[in-house]
Design a protein around this ligand. Structure first.
Ligand code: SAH
Ligand code: SF4
Ligand code: F3S
Length: 449
C-alpha cells in the first residue's frame, strides 16, 4: 500500500503549480495523493503569507492537524506534518518553535529537496529548509504531469519591485526567469499529455526575460509567439502582469498571435498618485491608463482584470475617490479588492494605519462597483457567439463546462464528447457565477481559438 499524502494549497496560482510539483517529488518517495488528512500518513500545507488572514488560516489548520497527530500517536500510529510555501519561508525556524509538532518546514525555492527532508522525518529527524539555493529547483524537479486540458506553467518567479505593502520579494526571493528552452520543453511535455491551454505564471510574469539558447534574452511577447507554435496548444494566458512592464512587444503578441487570449490581469492597487508613490509602485494612474490603452489598441476586445488595496496607510477619501474614478475609466471584467493588511517586515506596516471602519466602508463601496462592472461585462456577452474550450462535466448530468476567451465560465447542455475541443457557443443567458450557452449548429465545430 503506497503511503498517503494530503496536500492543501493556499494562496496564488503559483502555489497550485508548486503543489503539483511537490506531489511529483513525493511520488518518487512512494506517496500517492489522498483527499483527507484522516487517511493521510503525511500532510503538506502549501501556505500563503500575503495577508494576515491567509497566514492565520495556516495556524488554525495546524491546530486541527496537531489534534489528529496526537490521536494517531495515542493509537500507536503517526501523522507527519510539513509546511511549505510563503509562510514557511517567512517563519523558518520560528515555525517549529511556535508549532514544534511540525516535522518539516520548506520554502518555495527549496521544495525540490522535500523528498530527502521527508525521508529524514521518517527516520525521526525533523528539518527546516528555507534557503535560496544556488541551484534552481527547475533543473532538478521530476518531469511535469499535465493537470488536464488547462495547465499552469511557471516561467518567472520572485520579485525585485518591493512594493511597500508586499511580502513576495521576501518569501519568493529575487526575480528569476526560466530559460526559454526549459519553458518550451515543459510546454511540449504538457501538450503531449493533452494540455490545450497554458497559463504562464510569474509574480511579475511580463518582466520575463528568459535566456535564449544562442545568447540574449526573450521577452514575454517573444515567448508567447514561440509557445503558440507548439502543436496542440490552442490557448495561452499569463498572470500576473505589472503595469510598468507592459510593452509594445507584448501588445503586438496580443495583436498577432491568435492563441494569446484577449484577457490581462493587470493589478493597479490604487488610482491615486500619492498612494501609488507611497506603495513604491513606480507608476502613476495615467501610466496605468496608457498601458491599458496600448493593450486595447492592439486588440479591441481585450478585457482587463485587476487587484486593488483600500485603506493603504494615509489613504484619504479623495484618494479613494481617485481609485473609483480609475475603475470607472478602465472598466473591469473582473477584479479582486482587499483591505490593506500590515505585514511584518514590510515598510508599510510601520506607517500610520487607516481606521478599520473607514477601510471596511471603502472596500464595500469598491466591491459594489467592481461587481456591477463584472455583471455588466457578462451581460454584454449574452447574444454573442464565442469559442469555448470545454474542460469538464458540468454541475448536473448532461451538462459540460468550459471557458470563453475572456475566462468566463460557461455551461451548456451537450455530450461529454465535446470536452477537450474548442466549440462555437452562443451565450443565451447568465447563470449564478457562469454564463449559459448553447452549441452553435449540430456537432462540434473546431474553431481556430
Ligand atoms: N505580483 C502581483 C500581485 C502579488 S500579490 C502584482 O504585482 O500586482 C496579489 C495581490 O494581493 C496584490 O495585487 C495586492 O492587491 C494584494 N496584496 C498584496 N499585499 C497585500 C497587503 N499587505 N494587504 C492587502 N493586500 C495585499
Ligand atoms: Fe508584490 Fe509589488 Fe512584487 Fe507584485 S510587484 S509581487 S505587489 S512587490
Ligand atoms: Fe501568497 Fe506567496 Fe503566492 S504569499 S500570493 S503564496 S507568492
Amino acid at each position: 500500500m503506497p503511503k498517503q499524502l494530503f496536500l492543501k494549497t493556499y494562496g496564488c496560482q503559483m502555489n497550485v503549480y508548486d503543489s503539483a510539483r511537490i506531489a511529483d517529488v513525493l511520488a518518487l518517495q512512494g506517496y500517492s495523493l489522498c483527499d483527507s488528512p484522516q487517511t493521510a500518513d503525511l500532510v503538506v500545507l502549501n501556505t500563503c503569507h500575503i495577508r494576515e488572514k491567509a497566514a492565520e488560516k495556516v495556524y488554525s489548520e495546524l491546530g486541527r492537524l496537531h489534534a489528529l497527530q496526537r490521536e494517531r500517536r495515542a493509537d500507536g500510529g503517526d501523522l507527519r506534518i510539513a509546511v511549505a510555501g510563503c509562510v514557511a519561508q517567512a517563519e523558518g525556524e520560528e515555525m517549529r518553535r511556535r508549532a514544534p509538532f511540525v516535522d518539516a518546514v520548506v520554502g518555495p525555492q527549496a521544495y525540490h529537496r522535500i523528498g530527502e527532508m521527508i525521508a529524514a522525518v521518517e527516520r525521526g529527524t525533523p528539518s527546516v529548509d528555507t534557503e535560496f539555493p544556488a541551484e534552481s529547483k527547475f533543473d532538478v524537479l521530476p518531469q511535469v504531469r499535465a493537470s488536464g486540458l488547462s495547465s499552469f506553467l511557471t516561467i518567472q518567479e520572485g520579485c525585485d519591485k518591493f512594493c511597500t505593502f508586499c511580502v513576495v520579494p521576501y518569501t519568493r526571493g529575487a526575480e528569476y526567469s526560466r530559460p526559454v528552452a526549459d519553458v518550451l520543453a515543459e510546454a511540449t511535455t504538457l501538450a503531449a499529455q493533452g494540455a490545450r491551454e497554458l497559463t504562464l505564471l510569474g509574480q511579475n510574469v511580463n518582466a520575463y526575460h528568459g535566456e535564449l539558447p544562442k545568447g540574449g534574452t526573450a521577452s514575454l511577447g517573444d515567448l508567447l509567439r514561440r509557445l503558440a507554435d507548439i502543436p496542440g496548444i490552442a490557448r495561452l494566458r499569463y498572470t500576473t502582469s505589472h503595469p510598468r512592464d507592459v510593452d509594445g512587444d507584448l501588445a503586438a503578441a496580443h495583436r498577432d498571435v491568435a492563441e494569446v487570449m484577449p484577457y490581462v490581469h493587470l493589478p493597479v492597487q490604487s488610482g491615486a498618485d500619492r498612494v501609488l508613490a507611497a506603495m513604491n509602485r513606480r507608476h502613476t494612474a495615467d501610466d496605468y491608463r496608457r498601458a491599458v490603452a496600448m493593450l486595447r489598441h492592439a486588440r479591441g476586445d481585450l478585457a482587463i482584470s485587476g487587484d486593488f488595496i483600500v485603506g493603504f496607510p494615509g489613504e484619504t477619501d479623495a484618494e479613494f475617490q481617485d481609485t473609483l474614478r480609475l475603475v470607472r475609466d478602465v472598466g473591469y471584467a473582473d477584479a479582486f479588492a482587499f483591505k490593506f493588511s500590515p505585514r511584518p517586515g514590510t515598510p508599510a506596516a510601520d506607517m500610520a494605519q487607516v481606521a478599520e471602519e473607514v477601510a471596511s466602508a471603502r472596500l464595500e463601496e469598491l466591491l459594489a462597483e467592481l461587481t456591477a462592472q463584472r455583471i455588466a461585462f457578462d451581460r454584454r456577452a449574452v447574444g454573442t457567439t464565442v469559442p469555448v474550450l470545454f474542460e469538464r462535466p458540468g454541475r448536473r448530468p448532461g451538462q459540460i463546462g468550459g471557458r470563453t476567451p475572456h475566462l468566463q465560465a460557461v455551461h451548456v447542455d451537450a455530450p461529454e464528447s465535446h470536452i477537450g475541443s474548442i466549440t462555437e457557443v452562443e451565450i443565451i443567458g447568465l447563470g449564478g457565477n457562469s454564463l449559459v450557452g448553447r452549441i452553435v449548429a449540430a456537432g462540434a465545430r473546431e474553431a481556430a481559438a
